[in-house]
Design a binder for this molecule. Sequence first.
Ligand code: ZN
Length: 118
Amino acid sequence: MRETNIQKMIELLALVLHCPICAAKYNAENTNVIETKGMEKTEESSMLVHTDCERCKSSVVFSISMDGPEIFSVGMVTDLTSADAARFRDADQITVDEVMEFHNFLETFDGNFAGVIR
Ligand SMILES: [Zn+2]
């Protein structure tokens, strides 16, 4: 799908998608495409879109899948900026071991951040 078609899709989605916090309609100008897959094909494609609500200032990442005439979207409220969402999209997942390691660290952490950062 050419860039102009992606822009048209964003404008269409901005009309359809509402903020899950305050129900305001999204503005296409505050909507950024983070990732597209299969947009050159007509049957199956997907987009990862970040949008900021003008009214309540919350941010939502939408995963949008298009399969022929059907469009599915899942939204997730986030504190990531559009740039953060792009930066972290290819990051490795946090493992259970990493979570346990951090849990164990916090159990003995004395609150001295300066000491830890050094
Ligand atoms: Zn809102």
